[in-house]
Design a protein around this ligand. Sequence first.
Ligand code: HEC
Length: 117
Amino acid sequence: MKRQVTIAVLAALAAATTGAHADVVGDAKAGQGKVAACIGCHGIADYRTAYPEVYRVPKLGGQNARYLETALQAYKKGGRKFQTMHANAVSLSDQDIADIAAYYSAQTPATPNNPNK
Ligand code: HEC
């Protein structure tokens, strides 16, 4: 009995932490078309940034998809504060975020530049 309660509590916790976007599956191909606004800062080629003298912009290519999703959700909802990233994330849907995370996580140094640049 106690064991069943423990399992139920763990299941509820798992459901709570994965949140409403748990059933959203990212599509890297769709994500490619949704990052035009991000490329200027988060340049992918050689992992260099467009404006290194202004920002130290984190590398997104090759980063874990779940991490990217969590970061974007946090910027969107205000849990992680950075004004320009809030402005960029606030209009993204859960599907957009999943697609963008899938896109960036699939990048390698050999990935060609995004043609939407
Ligand atoms: C004006 C420049 C700029 C633009 C445009 C921009 N970002 Fe960012 N982004 C930053 C900076 C600077 C940070 C680091 C902020 C911080 O310290 O939290 C960041 C952080 C992030 C992070 C967290 C990375 C990490 O390692 O924790 C993600 C994910 C991200 N951006 C995704 C995006 C996406 C997706 C877009 C387009 C929809 C975008 N950004 C557009 C400048 C930008």
